[in-house]
Write a protein that binds this ligand. Sequence first.
Ligand code: HEC
Length: 108
Amino acid sequence: MKRTMRGNVEALDTILRAWSTGDRATMAAAARRVADEHPGVDTPSLRTALPPGWTTLGSVVHSGMASFADDVAAPNAPLPDAEIPARLAAVTEACVACHQTYRFTTAP
Ligand code: HEC
């Protein structure tokens, strides 16, 4: 999970840096890596333990990054620069909401 989380923040860094040089392909690839990482879904023991709110916020990150990856480098009508901050903020809002709500703790 820590590896996933560090990957998330690294992806945001990559996306912002690549945007500053107009490298849409790198932006899309970084977003796709986040979208394709599913620790909660791929780990059966976690799947049953995770609360519904967790799953919902995780889905916002995954679907938001998947659609961002599709749209940012779309060959015909790529996402306009002006729309990029709002699309990323929709994802980071879920990052923040999850961090405000959940902590990893060990059972007492
Ligand atoms: C579904 C819940 C959830 C979502 C969504 C989520 N996180 Fe996390 N993240 C956590 C939890 C829980 C921790 C551990 C926090 C704690 O126990 O204090 C964490 C920790 C982290 C850490 C610290 C990792 C470490 O090495 O200790 C980073 C960085 C991080 N998240 C980045 C992100 C970013 C960026 C996003 C959005 C793209 C994101 N997270 C989305 C639940 C989430």
